[in-house]
Design a protein around this ligand. Sequence first.
Ligand code: SAM
Length: 210
Amino acid sequence: MLSSARLFQAVALPYQLVTRHPVWERHCALMAVDLPPGARLVVDLGCGPGNSAKHLRDAVKGTVVGIDPARAMLALARRRDPRLALVQADGIALPLRDGTADAVALHSVLYLLPDRAAALREVARVLRPGGRALLLEPQHRTAAGTLGGLLSSLDTPLWALVASLWRAMSSMYGALTPGELGHALEEAGLRVLRLEDAFSGLGMLAVAER
Ligand SMILES: C[S@@+](CC[C@H](N)C(=O)[O-])C[C@H]1O[C@@H](n2cnc3c(N)ncnc32)[C@H](O)[C@@H]1O
């Protein structure tokens, strides 16, 4: 399958155009609410055009490092928020020392990675004790659950398009169930504090502590 980094390099601009949507923005802000108090170093892994990174940066006094292998995404993130520190790198080998980050956020990233267990171990490695992993992921759903989530988005046509694209991408790369995500986090040495539905049940928000 086409690596997601190459795919997102090619579609960076259209991705930015469709995701500058109030529902997406609201969920980015929601993820930032669970940052540990007083966080100074926050990593946004798979930062893309900077949607999630900008909201994290608004919420912390210190540094937000956006990491993404797609150069086109990093260029958009730089324009979106010049306060971000941006690094071109792969999530499987983060350019950070052990136990240094207060939080690592992944918004719609884990499901794209070929070795999710290794990626979560890398997240756990860079988190300080008490640091948090914040994940917003598409949720593997039954057909009825998916239909319900998509129907609830129909009142806003652009959001229905974003939700359908997100759904198609997660079918292609394979979304996790909440149980699978919780298990993967625990296996990586992280303690799950919260795991709940997001995006009208199409997605899930997980907060886990090292
Ligand atoms: C769906 S986008 C998420 C963008 C962003 N978090 C947002 O707020 O909209 C997924 C991002 O993950 C990045 N990505 C893909 N493979 C990656 C990898 N191995 N390591 C880190 N990021 C990766 C892609 O380049 C893309 O920018």
